[in-house]
Design a protein around this ligand. Structure first.
Ligand code: CA
Ligand code: CA
Length: 589
């Protein structure tokens, strides 16, 4: 009798393991377009293609958040750690999460057990500028997609993790790589397309946005971001970006930068793709007088053709590495379709998203030195003496005069995505208060070599803190509250209808704040620094919150004096998942 019971229990366990095994993902375009409002899954980067990172869930709220407990934690394992900047996806009870060194996992969200792991085989000599990170995957049909450090896009079968197709974006030996989450959007002519950019702005690559067919990765269109370069559509040259030499001198546009390394967002209301573009190359701005379009800009693209519908340059003739890549987040206010974007240069911009028309811009960090403000047309009012000096005018012709500029080149805000709350109508901007000594040097382009023509050291602006999460009114620029953090913030933010703002710190804490007051409601130390972006979804009636933990990214590599202050932080690689204790969860419903 006893042994019979044992067998019965064992077979029940085996059966339940079979039943909780993943069903195959079948993500439809509608699932992606409605992702922001469907609470049972997260099938896009940004919790919706508009990038608001707002969840309508409220089981975890101001009253219950203090009771959150870990549900499970999953280790990426191995010796490969470094920065974990990814945002997981969840569909049909399976989490798809990317990690450092171009890896991906499928994890059972009920147990935290691994279903499969994919390790991309990386060649010798990859050239990632800013750590071996990855920011997340895309999902459509039965496949998941992600970019790799050797500049490929890989499609994997969601059920098995087996490769379905691989396409090369470009030559990694020239400095190309890809770390952003791909974006999947509809097109009438080509069906669903997967849209990506390129990384490599510090190596003099030329930025572009590309669309491929989701079925086989075949190129649909390509749109360079630097004027003078030709676009492609349906296998043929289409149109030139801008007009050759209009805002670039000589041949510098040929290696002109403008990398689209952070991917983009998509607004179904206007049917536009929004991508940001990085610094013009090289950093030494004296070599390229002119606006250098479309570097340091936001561009809106037609998903059918890849044509640029509008462009808005945040830092024309950039001399501070103020990449204009940061996310464009759609929101509605005053009956208008608007978009907000918080730039590396320290200003939070609001544009009309159908036309790119400038609405307003306000500073979101203190002591900005390179510009006095933004004029009525949206153009910066430069402080000429805060541009690093021309090295050809130096006595030795080698080192131009050094200046102290705020923000530092790592930005008032870097890649880490902000969030918008539909309830408070505020943006929650993860920012950093720091500056840099910067000077220019002569430089010539060499394939696969850093193409900067600048030297720099980053320094804090305040003794007390660098990180600063700000709750801001987008149209007035008013800071409603601020949460100061000693180390620089480097992870994404999420808001919920429960009145919460959720984000992580390099010190390792996942934090939940009250969206109205900034009051801390809950905090949990994940054991390594957080530079990933949180998600939340509902699983069998329970609200789950996940974050990837694992310290790294650009700060330890490029942070100068700031890097020294965070050198003690331990690396890692874990997904943490939290929920309320079951009894409490059912009461809160
Ligand atoms: Ca959803
Ligand atoms: Ca850059």
């Amino acid at each position: 009798m006893k042994s019979w019971k044992w067998y019965a229990t064992a077979s029940a366990i085996a059966l339940s393991a079979t039943f909780t095994a993943p069903v195959s993902a079948d993500v439809k375009m509608d699932d992606i377009l409605k992702d922001a409002s469907t609470v049972g899954d997260v099938v896009s980067y940004g919790l919706g293609t508009q990038g608001q990172r707002y969840s309508p869930l409220k089981q975890v709220n101001r009253d219950t958040a203090g009771r959150l407990v870990p549900a499970w934690a999953f280790s990426f394992g191995g010796e490969k750690q470094r920065g974990q900047e990814s945002q997981p996806l969840v569909k049909d009870g399976v989490m798809y999460v990317t990690g450092s060194y171009s890896r991906m996992w499928a994890v059972d969200v009920k147990t935290g057990r691994e279903i499969w792991q994919y390790d991309h085989r990386l060649p010798e000599g990859i050239l990632p500028c800013c750590d071996v990170i990855n920011r997340g995957a895309a999902i459509y049909g039965e496949n998941v997609f992600f970019g790799t450090l050797d500049a490929k896009i890989v499609a994997l079968n969601a059920k098995t993790g087996k490769v379905v197709w691989t396409k090369e974006i470009d030559d990694f030996k020239a400095g190309y790589s890809y770390t952003a989450a791909p974006l999947i959007v509809p097109s009438k002519a080509h069906g669903p397309i997967i849209v990506t950019g390129v990384s490599g702005g510090e190596f003099g690559v030329v930025g572009r946005v590309e669309a491929r067919k989701v079925d086989n990765g075949d190129l649909v269109w390509s749109r360079p971001t630097i004027e003078g370069h030709m676009g492609m559509l349906a296998g043929k040259e289409s149109t030139m970006t801008g007009k050759q030499n209009e805002s670039w001198p000589g041949d510098l546009w040929k290696t002109g930068g403008g990398a689209t390394w952070l991917g983009g967002t998509y607004d179904p209301d206007t049917n536009l793709l929004f991508f940001g573009t990085g610094n013009p190359a090289p950093w030494n701005s004296h070599m390229r007088p002119g606006d250098n379009k479309w570097s340091c800009a936001r561009i809106a693209l037609d998903p059918e053709t890849g044509e640029i519908k509008w462009g808005f340059q945040t830092t024309p003739n950039d001399g501070w590495d103020f990449d204009g890549v940061n996310e464009v987040v759609s929101f509605d206010a005053d009956g208008k379709k608007l978009a907000a974007t918080a730039d590396r240069n320290g200003f939070l911009y609001v544009l009309e998203r159908a036309t790119g028309k400038f609405v307003t811009a306000n500073p979101f960090v203190a002591k900005i030195s390179w510009a006095k403000g933004i004029d009525k047309t949206g153009r910066p009012i430069y402080v000429p003496e805060n541009r690093p000096g021309d090295p050809t005018k130096a006595a030795d012709g080698k080192k131009g005069s050094s200046i102290f500029a705020v923000p530092s080149f790592l930005g008032g805000k870097n890649w880490m995505p902000m969030a918008y709350s539909k309830d408070t109508k505020l943006f929650y901007v993860p920012s950093n208060e720091w500056g840099m000594d910067i000077w220019n040097e002569p430089v010539t382009y060499k394939k696969g070599a850093a193409y900067l023509g600048a030297g720099f050291t980053i320094k804090p602006v305040f003794d007390t803190h660098i990180g600063s999460l700000k709750a801001m009114e987008p149209l007035t620029g008013k800071t409603v509250w601020e949460y100061k953090n000693k180390a620089p913030l480097w992870g994404g933010v999420m808001t919920t209808a429960g009145g919460l703002v959720i984000f992580g710190t390099p010190e390792g804490e996942l934090k939940v704040l009250d969206d109205k007051t900034g009051k801390e409601l809950w905090s949990f130390n994940t054991g390594s620094g957080i530079v990933g972006s949180p998600i939340t979804w509902e699983q069998d009636g329970e609200q789950m919150i996940s974050i990837v933990s694992g310290w790294g990214g650009a700060v330890p590599l490029w942070g100068g004096e700031v890097a020294k202050s965070v050198a003690n932080l331990n690396q890692g690689g874990m997904v943490w998942t939290f929920k309320l204790p079951k009894q409490l969860a059912s009461k809160a419903k």
